[in-house]
Write a protein that binds this ligand. Sequence first.
Ligand SMILES: [Cu+2]
Length: 271
Amino acid sequence: MAVAVILVLLAVGSVLFHLFSPWWWTPIASNWSYIDNTLIITFWITGVVFVAVVVFMAYCVLRFRHRPGNRAAYEPENRRLEWWLAIVTAVGVVAMLTPGLFVWHQFVTVPKEATEVEVVGQQWLWSFRLPGANGKLGTSETRDVDPDNPLGLNKNDPNNLDDVIVEGGELHLPVGKPVKMLLRSIDVLHDFYVPEFRAKMDMVPGMVTYFWFTPTRTGTFEILCAELCGVGHPQMRGTVVVDSEQDYQAWLEQQQTFAQLLESGKAVAAK
Ligand SMILES: [Cu+2]
């Protein structure tokens, strides 16, 4: 009896905790409400199955408890029941996976008007690069990384000279404009994650991964690394500020370009 009561309390407690938990999602700040919807579908399906299984277990514990003289019926096969379980499970799995495939397709299908922003992860720092006046990011090579060229940009590529470099500082983005995030790592696996944007993606050394999103409200958001990347992993935090167009332009004007960075490097070397 006690076991059955504990099982029912477990099911009811889980549902109540889910409904009244203070650890819920942060308010969304991007266009990816679809991602929340897929999570809600998964919560509903797994939640109903969890409650059904636990309550059924409680029922069985109570109904088929040991009584002197009772014998269990031996029934090794039940084709009808097996078919039903297989079909219901398949439908549940398909219902959970299908919305995710649609959302994934949207997540990596970048609209033409999106501007490119590069995020570079390294142990344990976030750096950023924005295209300069020509609107193009230049090429880069991890082997070119050195103290004067922290992102390993190709010095012979003229597209690089006007690129804006933010090393370990804040990234600013204008509100309401789609951005394509190009993700690069110069050492180990990292994962760029901003919970309010409902967007994250692994950064793989030697590859450029990407996704896109549109920031939908201004504010300051924390960047987390969502891939264990060494002892400094929990401290690998950054900041992204979503600005009005005006504030964004004011911030952008204060940032240094790659050409300026090379100049200051030379000046330090000359001293
Ligand atoms: Cu990391």
